[in-house]
Design a protein around this ligand. Structure first.
Ligand code: NI
Ligand code: MN
Length: 225
């Protein structure tokens, strides 16, 4: 059993009934956030990259709950230097955590901290937890190696950006779904700010036209995968 909660933008909570993991918790300063950082309780904080709309409240949540930050080496070291517990990894590497297996993938994007430091490569993440495998692409453009990600792990749920400008737009995200062939596709990284306005129903319809399932999650909604 795996419950997935959408906190808006790129932020999701994964909960298997025993472990709670939050990805890219950007709540403070996020006009679409359905709750405050103080309301988030997690034992694991997964950060795809260090941009402010992903690092967000991650270190505060980690320190408050003594949660483990999981990120690529440079960002994990930064988290540790700020006083959080951290597990350093890198792209291509997987590790078995108490909640399950987590593996980092490439993402085509940038990654610097809000104070301008180099934070290593941005990444996507494949998490197997509660009997389900979720691929959160992080911020990225479309890339053909997504086919390989879908071949290496059967993806039950793929979470992909559709907001364009900084990441894939709708049509590239639909192509990404065709590459990965997930059981379910969920759009993210849209309508937080005017520059990334997009219609998630257009994504859902276009994915369905290609023979795949997509679902638009409301901000704050929880579903069981
Ligand atoms: Ni970014
Ligand atoms: Mn972003």
């Amino acid at each position: 059993m795996l419950k997935l909660t959408y906190l808006s933008h790129s932020s999701f909570i994964l909960d298997d009934g025993t472990h709670t993991l939050v990805i890219d918790p950007f709540l403070s300063g996020n006009p679409t956030a359905p709750m405050k950082a103080d309301d988030i309780e997690a034992q694991f904080v997964v950060l795809t990259h260090a941009h402010g709309d992903h690092l967000g409240d991650g270190l505060d949540i980690a320190k408050k709950h003594d949660a483990l930050v999981i990120a690529v080496n440079e960002l994990a070291s930064y988290a540790a230097a700020q006083g959080a517990k951290a597990h350093n990894m890198h792209i291509g590497g997987a590790y078995n955590f108490p909640f399950g297996r987590l593996k980092w993938t490439i993402a085509h994007h940038g990654s610097s901290s809000p104070d301008g430091q180099y934070m290593g490569e941005p990444a996507g993440v494949v998490i197997t937890m509660g009997g389900k495998t979720v691929y959160h692409t992080g911020d990225t453009g479309l890339f053909l190696d997504m086919q390989l990600i879908g071949e290496r792990d059967a993806i039950d749920c793929m979470i992909a950006p559709i907001g364009d400008n900084f990441t894939m737009g709708i049509d590239d995200a639909v192509k990404a779904v065709e590459f990965v062939k997930p059981g379910l596709a969920i759009p993210m990284h849209y309508n937080t700010f005017p520059v990334i306005e997009a219609d998630p129903d257009e994504f859902r319809i276009k994915v369905a036209e290609k023979g795949f399932n997509a679902r638009v999650m409301q901000f704050g909604e929880t579903i069981e995968l």
